[in-house]
Design a protein around this ligand. Sequence first.
Ligand SMILES: C[S@@+](CC[C@H](N)C(=O)[O-])C[C@H]1O[C@@H](n2cnc3c(N)ncnc32)[C@H](O)[C@@H]1O
Length: 228
Amino acid sequence: MKQGILNFFKKILNYIEPEGIPFPGSIIYNKIMQNFDLYDLLLHKIAKSDLISNIKGTILDVGTGPAYLPIYITQNNPACKVIGLDVSSGMIRLASQNIQKANLLNAIYLKKGNVSKLPFPDQFFDFIISTGSFHHWKLPINAFNEIYRVLKYNSEAWIFDAINPLPREEFLELCQRFGKLKIILFYLHTFSEPFYEPQKIYRIIQKSKFEKGELELFSILYRINLSK
Ligand SMILES: C[S@@+](CC[C@H](N)C(=O)[O-])C[C@H]1O[C@@H](n2cnc3c(N)ncnc32)[C@H](O)[C@@H]1O
């Protein structure tokens, strides 16, 4: 019965917007993010990493959602410009409100578009990042090829998402620090698109123009490091 109701809502959402998180999912996601201290801490940590802190050019954030990452990046590094891309119009509207509230309209630009067909010229970006969006991409190899195309030579792309399964030691440590409920809820949030296992990720990378890449554990997430 419960599964039937979930499938019904999934069908409606897929009809309204076949990819991404449409309205009203965008509002729910934004509310969850405002109260998910662990994830917020991770976004801050990513934004303050040495590499991102020193970028002077243009960064692309793929599947930007409510745009918290671009906000943290530009607050920490006012020398860079960030373009947040999302396939969902609902998310773009919400991101725009959040950017306006943060008073960063002149540093962050938003673009509606799909990662499988990026609306940018070749070699346009100095760095590409994505958090929590990869498991939604319907054509992951195409997506990586598009990221490769728009990335400048000698530049990097970091793709963060939740690891499946999370190593037991990490899981226990995180439960102790942030509470079991939050960590379990985080894993349950993808009822339609499950997180990838490492072997599957390596296969996607090998089939893409990047050919090689590394996976590094980063709290409840992993980071895929891709270089061009
Ligand atoms: C779970 S949210 C993550 C948002 C944000 N990056 C964060 O870390 O909070 C995933 C986002 O990816 C977007 N998305 C999903 N598939 C996409 C695609 N094919 N192209 C661009 N954006 C996509 C969704 O609309 C959603 O806003």
